[in-house]
Design a protein. Structure first.
Lengths: 413, 308
């Protein structure tokens, strides 16, 4: 009997030891497929230099939210997730995420981490999500077409009038060439590229901690009229009206578009896959100047109740190190720590410097119902934009969207 | 009812009822796998969906029981009813269009030609392509810049400028109707073909000898004898169309201006765009009831005197 007890105790101790060892050293992480270019390499580099080991699984981008929500509800969620930053408030509100406030505040360079990421990662005063990877919206112009149109190819437009004037001159080249491109039926794309026009002009989309929608603002009408003018003058290709994001990048890559607001991801893609496209990168300006950018990318989150905060901190310290930031930048993500960003992109195409500066200005609307109000294909944001750019009842469409968006925000309990 | 036979001769009856019970048990065993499958994959999920529909059940967070709150809410959901109206409109148009194409194809493919097998295969070929893949293909064909239709029409001089077929409701709607007819007419053709082949040639011969014209034979013999087959094809077409989603999601993204959002598209959008699983479940239950009602009405209308 005594022997039996000893064996049982030993087995329990061994089991506990091995469980503890595995739970501490073999952590699971999910990342969406759009991060496939850099996340596997980053994890490999971390695993190669740390005792803590992370096993990465790539999840199709469109399935990530449902998959993570379902897994969390069923108790089978991974330890860490690299999650589209806009979903931070929704997951934090649901209680799925570990509070990382202490981890975040203990980092000496906390103040230098992307404000857009920390903003959407903060819910009711606590930090649940930390910057993982980043993108920022910028304005691209085609230098070759600028030159052909008699414009200075090295001079970037700094306000809407200059953009429209340049688009007009490029458009006048004729044939298939058009002055300006945007994806007219894509809520997410236009959050990324159209909202900065409003921000840079002094307006906003959500205020009062994301509880009040402000679509019905003078800056919104100005920005709408700016796009409408270019559509009416034929500067924008007909296909833009129904582009739900499929040509968000492809439009400019055709080498037949004068200017296009887009993400920094396009820089590497153009350099690598479209070397003949000679382009410049600048900030998205406001009506009379100024600049703004949408901070996109992923936040790092930890599934609640696993006691993985120390491992999370170890991983984040690696991500935010110069080595981690350089690796991310090299493989397609903007650095998320601004005090080492310039150093991290030093060896890359110099146009990345503008993008890293844009990320410093980066903003992201923060709301638990972000998907419902902005990204959803049947939501008020996408519905409004598609109507106001191409139809006649601008006031009616904006008012309808304002009411619908506010109604969704009010419904959020 | 007890009679003298039962009293005096109970043993054979017991034997008979025993045999009957064994037969019934054997029958039950035979259909047991199907019953288990139906229970597992239809009845239980249906029950769960109904249970979900009684809750405020977010994708993220804890569900909260709200009784029939979701059902009350959907009565005021303008987009849902607009989507339902559009779905019914689409179903009527596409079903007529499919039959208008499939019936002549079936009549044509039934006759022995030199290339009968080739025609049947050619007409049926689009059916084997999944709706998702077919929609992707047509999304490209309809693209105003890099597609086929608009650039080709411009190249051939049929249009002076390229027309974006997906920018206007009518052209979007009819483009999708054509795509669905192309995709599904072959399937309906095969169903109708089996019905046509089931009609005895003697009946047709007798009518011909009696002097009936082709049109008369079609109206008085072919159509009445095809009743069951037509009912089957109609029910499949109507229920499939009422559940349409892929083509409107992939080709038109519900546009222009949410005007091609079908009922299922709205359910998907509410469940996974707005994360309201409970509300999505309530919408699904209502759609199910409407679909069952439509199917029952169809069956009653198409029931022949001998019964279905």
């Amino acid at each position: 009997m005594k022997l039996l007890k000893i064996v049982a105790l030993a087995a329990t101790a061994l089991g506990a030891l091995s469980t503890s060892a595995f739970s501490q050293e073999k952590l699971t992480m999910w990342s969406r497929s759009s991060s496939e270019a850099f996340m596997p390499a980053l994890i490999d580099a971390f695993n190669a230099s740390h005792k803590t080991q992370i096993e990465l699984q790539i999840v199709p981008s469109a399935e990530m939210v449902q998959k993570y929500a379902t897994a969390a509800a069923g108790g089978s969620a991974p330890d860490f997730v690299s999650l589209d930053l806009v979903y931070g408030p929704a997951f934090a509100k649901s209680g799925t995420l570990e509070d990382l406030t202490d981890v975040a505040k203990s980092l000496p360079y906390f103040e230098h981490l992307s404000k857009a990421h920390i903003g959407t990662g903060t819910f009711e005063g606590r930090i649940y999500a930390m910057p993982m990877s980043a993108d920022a919206s910028v304005l691209l112009w085609n230098k070759k077409l600028f030159k052909q149109a008699g414009l200075d190819p090295e001079k970037a437009p700094t306000n809407w009038a200059e953009i429209e004037e340049a688009a007009g001159k490029v458009n006048a080249l004729g044939g298939d060439i058009r002055g300006f491109y945007f994806s007219g039926a894509c809520g997410g794309c236009n959050a990324f590229t159209f909202m900065p026009l409003i921000w840079a002009s002094g307006g906003d989309i959500l205020v009062d901690g994301g509880k009040r929608a402000t679509l019905d603002s003078p800056q919104m009408y100005d920005a709408i009229n700016f796009y409408r003018d270019m559509v009416a003058k034929g500067y924008v290709p007909e296909s833009a009206k129904t582009d739900s994001g499929k040509n968000f990048f492809g439009g400019f890559a055709t080498d037949k578009i004068g200017l296009s607001p887009i993400g920094a991801f396009a820089i590497g893609n153009l350099v690598k896959n479209y070397p003949t496209v000679d382009f410049g990168v600048t900030f998205i300006p406001g009506k009379t100047g100024g600049k703004a950018s949408f901070g996109g990318g992923d936040n790092f989150v930890v599934t609640a109740g696993r006691d993985n905060a120390p491992a999370a901190k170890e991983f984040l310290e690696f991500v935010y190190s110069l080595e981690g930031q350089t690796l991310l930048a090299k493989l397609g993500s903007l650095p998320t720590r601004d005090d080492v960003a310039a150093e991290a992109v030093k060896s890359l195409d110099q146009r990345y410097q503008v993008a890293t500066e844009a990320l410093k200005l980066g903003r992201t609307p923060s709301s638990p119902v972000y998907n419902d109000i902005i990204n959803s294909s049947t939501g008020p944001w996408k519905q409004m934009l598609n109507e106001v750019f191409f139809d006649d009842d601008v006031k009616g469409s904006v008012t309808k969207a304002q009411t619908a968006m506010q109604s969704i925000l009010d419904d959020t309990d | 009812m007890i009679n003298s036979q039962n009293i005096h001769d109970g043993a054979p009856i017991r034997r008979r009822s025993g045999r009957q019970r064994r037969k019934q048990l054997a029958g039950l065993l035979f259909i047991a796998p199907a019953l288990i499958l139906v229970a597992t994959f239809f009845v239980i999920p249906l029950g769960m969906a109904f249970w979900m529909s009684l809750h405020n059940w977010p994708l993220l967070g804890r569900p909260r029981f709200i009784g029939f709150g979701n059902y009350i809410r959907l009565t005021q959901d303008a987009q849902f009813w607009s989507s339902m109206r559009f779905t019914v409109y689409y179903t009527v148009i596409v079903t007529i269009a499919i039959f208008a194409v499939a019936f002549p194809l079936a009549l044509f493919a039934e006759k022995a030609h030199r290339f009968t097998k080739f025609y049947r295969t050619a007409f049926f070929l689009p059916v084997v392509v999944g709706f998702g893949s077919a929609s992707l293909l047509w999304a490209w064909l309809l693209d105003v810049d890099s597609g086929l239709f608009s650039p080709a029409a411009e190249y051939l001089g049929l249009m002076t400028t390229r027309i974006n077929l997906l920018a206007d409701f009518d052209t979007t709607f009819w483009s999708i109707i054509i795509m669905v007819v192309w995709k599904t007419a072959g399937f309906n053709m095969i169903i109708l073909l089996t019905g046509l082949q089931g009609i005895s040639t003697e009946v047709q011969e007798a009518a011909r000898i009696d002097g009936a014209s082709s049109l008369q034979r079609f109206r008085r013999i072919t159509l009445p004898l095809m009743r069951r087959t037509i009912a089957l094809a109609l029910i499949l077409s109507v229920s499939g169309s009422m559940l349409a989603f892929d083509q409107f999601y992939i080709i038109a993204d519900g546009g222009p201006q949410n005007r091609t959002v079908t009922a299922v598209y709205w359910i998907f959008s509410q469940s996974f765009g707005s994360f309201r699983l409970g509300y999505g479940a309530a919408l699904s239950m209502v759609l199910l009831v409407i679909l069952v009602f439509i199917s029952v009405v169809q069956l009653r209308l198409l029931r022949n005197p001998e019964g279905m």
